[in-house]
Design a protein around this ligand. Structure first.
Ligand SMILES: CC(C)(COP(=O)(O)OP(=O)(O)OC[C@H]1O[C@@H](n2cnc3c(N)ncnc32)[C@H](O)[C@@H]1OP(=O)(O)O)[C@@H](O)C(=O)NCCC(=O)NCCS
Length: 220
């Protein structure tokens, strides 16, 4: 029988495990290796800010002592940008870039040219990321992680949370809708076309207070 899946708040020691999951799920639920071969840089940029000052309401899903998923979020966008800037500065002082780093810069350059849409940061100051390894999906952990995160945001009095996903992330769209998120904007993007083979569509979603008490459809 497989070990049970559990969730708990993140601790500083989870950074490597979270970075690993981020990398293994960073391309529409599959490995980011295809477009970002520098695994260490990916982990630093995607997970680092939440462990260096920006994180709020971050939880991990765990199985047999191993991180198999997470919800990462920041309740304040300025704080997130500051933490990201610190992480980037640390990376610039890293060892001389490898071939994998230079290859990965192509993606960063494309991401700067084709940014995902975002909502007004005053109305929706928080943002989040949610990912599970394939073997941990479909067992209610995504929902539990997201509910735990939203509860923390509610306690902090955050007025709204936004997130960016795509039409490729079918399960994620279902889960976000289920927990009361609505689509705020969509935008076709060529960002991933070299690796995906076709343009994707960014989907910006948001959820506003009051109270963060949602009325989910009953589980059957
Ligand atoms: C998105 C993700 C976090 C959802 O977590 P999960 O544990 O698999 O989902 P849950 O079992 O908690 O299901 C919660 C809800 O999500 C939706 N959902 C889950 N799997 C789905 C699927 N394959 N198709 C459509 N909707 C799905 C359903 O609405 C479901 O609620 P219901 O069971 O009451 O109908 C997970 O599938 C994942 O990591 N996917 C790959 C990475 C990703 O897309 N991350 C989001 C990036 S924005």
């Amino acid at each position: 029988m497989p070990a049970p899946l559990t969730i708990r708040p993140v601790c500083p020691q989870d950074c490597a495990g979270v970075a690993r999951v981020a990398y293994l799920t960073g391309f529409f639920g599959q490995s980011a290796q295809v477009y970002f071969p520098d695994r260490a840089l990916f982990g630093a940029l995607w997970a680092g800010p939440y462990f260096h000052g920006a994180g709020a309401g971050c939880f991990v899903a765990e199985q047999a002592g191993e991180v198999v998923g997470y919800v990462l979020g920041a309740s304040d966008h300025d704080r997130y940008r500051l933490a990201l800037a610190r992480v980037v500065a640390r990376q610039v002082g890293r060892a001389w870039p490898t071939g994998a780093t230079l290859h990965s810069l192509r993606y960063l350059w494309r991401a700067a040219r084709h940014p995902s849409p975002h909502a007004d940061w005053q109305a929706y100051p928080a943002h989040l990321h949610l990912n599970l390894l394939p073997a941990a999906r479909g067992a209610g952990m995504g929902r539990r992680l997201l509910e735990a995160h939203l509860s923390v945001l509610g306690g902090l009095g955050v007025p709204g949370v936004q997130l960016s996903t795509t039409t490729e992330n079918v399960a994620a769209l279902g889960l976000y809708r289920r927990l009361g998120f609505e689509v705020l904007d969509t935008r076709v993007t060529p960002l991933w076309t070299p690796w995906l083979g076709h343009p994707a569509t960014h989907v910006l979603m948001g959820r506003r207070a009051p109270g963060w008490d949602w009325d989910p459809a009953p589980r059957d």
